[in-house]
Design a protein around this ligand. Structure first.
Ligand SMILES: [Zn+2]
Ligand SMILES: [Zn+2]
Length: 395
């Protein structure tokens, strides 16, 4: 049976997948600079005899593994490859050798897992029908997102997959388990840059000034009505401001105040409307209080929707592979992921790989200097991805 074969290959290649992950972890590269990573991926693929690949978006790679009757159906698997500008604080043999750059989001795990899946799928290719397309993408962590560039560079064409499956580490889930969610899963994320312009001067003479600090204060409070009054209670929305800059003093009112924030939601139509609401509230306030406002919305990734039927099939396949007790249902997650660009083009399923191990002290969150994983997750990471692809070809 193909499941048993994939499981045994995943076990057989486990030490190689771990070695690859450690190499990638020790040699991280920032978004859109994944040149050594790309060379490493190509080298590993060539070593396993997988040579049908093409560079996309400069540091990305698309790989084809053809089974019998390769035109019958195409399913894609995606792994991202970039690291973050963080100084690693773990004391491990595979610690980052590049100061200030760290695989703190587990993209080393995703790349190594996808390489492992490639090795497994290449071994069993006479036992499935169709083609599996592997998408190694750059720049997940940085707008405009490597996924959007891969799509522009036709990563989803020739041949076009009917669906795409992506996996991401989750340090909240114990190693050995994975998580799925159908439908709305992750948020769109837009950056807000607001400049409130007034007329500064001596704090003792407010009647001669237009105080941008007071205008900005009203604005921050008023903008929350977008979430509390304008948003449908059925669509999660978050508006947070994390930076206010008013460079005056106790007795100096500055000329301008800068505010930065983030708006996140799970519906593209509402997202566009919310931008307009925010801008018109901000304009209304400066109209009433004087001054001027520049309101820039820097658009980030769209919201991520997991296709219902595809995700249902994948979740059942995962139960079949790992057992019911090891497959959990996920909650909505208000972070963003550029995998969402693929899900706007074709059916997508983005699931979570558990990497936590409290007994070993592996509990740090992603994007922290002490993030690490229990490497037992890699056997599942590689094997399950391969199995999900094969099962989806059969569906
Ligand atoms: Zn990240
Ligand atoms: Zn990530």
């Amino acid at each position: 049976m193909i499941k048993e074969k994939i499981k045994s290959l995943a076990n057989q290649y486990k030490s190689e997948v771990i070695a690859n992950r450690r190499h990638l972890h020790a040699n991280p590269e920032l978004s859109f600079h994944e040149f050594e990573t790309l060379a490493f991926v190509k080298e590993q693929l060539s070593k396993m005899g997988v040579t049908d690949f093409e560079v996309k978006a400069e540091t990305g790679l698309v790989v084809l593994i053809k089974g019998n009757n390769p035109e019958k159906k195409v399913v894609a698997l995606r792994g991202d490859m970039d690291a973050l500008p963080i100084i690693e604080q773990n004391d491990v043999p595979y610690k980052s050798t590049k100061p200030g750059v760290m695989h703190a989001c587990g993209h080393d795990v995703h790349t190594a897992s996808l390489l492992g899946a490639a090795q497994i799928l290449n071994e069993v290719k006479t036992e499935f029908e169709g083609t599996i397309k592997l998408v190694f993408q750059p720049g997940e962590e940085l707008i405009p997102g490597g996924a959007s560039l891969m799509i522009k560079d036709k990563a989803l064409e020739n041949p076009r997959p009917s669906s795409i499956i992506g996996q991401h580490v989750m340090p909240l889930i114990p190693v050995g388990k994975v998580g799925f969610r159908k439908g709305m899963y992750m948020a769109s994320a837009d950056e807000l840059y607001i400049t409130v312009k007034g007329k500064g001067g001596h704090g003792a003479m407010p009647e001669t000034l237009v105080d941008p600090v007071l205008i900005a204060s009203h604005m921050i409070v008023a903008l929350q009505q977008v979430v509390s009054r304008n948003a449908s209670p059925k669509i999660p929305s978050v508006l947070s401001f994390g930076r206010i800059e008013a460079l005056g003093a106790t007795n100096i009112i500055p000329n301008e105040v800068k505010i930065q924030g983030t708006f996140r939601t799970l519906n593209e139509e509402w997202r566009a409307k919310a931008h307009q609401h925010m801008i018109s509230i901000a304009k209304g306030i400066v109209e009433g209080m004087g001054g001027e406002v520049d309101f820039e919305v820097r658009k980030g990734y769209p919201f991520l929707k997991n296709a219902e039927e595809l995700t249902d099939r994948a979740q059942h396949a995962a139960i079949d592979y790992l057992g019911e007790e090891n497959v959990i249902d996920l909650d909505i997650w208000m972070a963003a992921e550029d995998f969402s660009y693929y899900t706007q083009e074709i059916d997508g399923c983005f699931y979570r790989l558990g990497t936590r191990n409290e007994a070993k002290g592996i509990t740090s969150g992603v994007h922290t200097p002490t993030f690490d994983i229990d490497e037992d997750a890699l056997e599942i990471g590689a094997g399950l991805m391969a199995y999900l692809a094969v099962k989806e070809l059969e569906a």
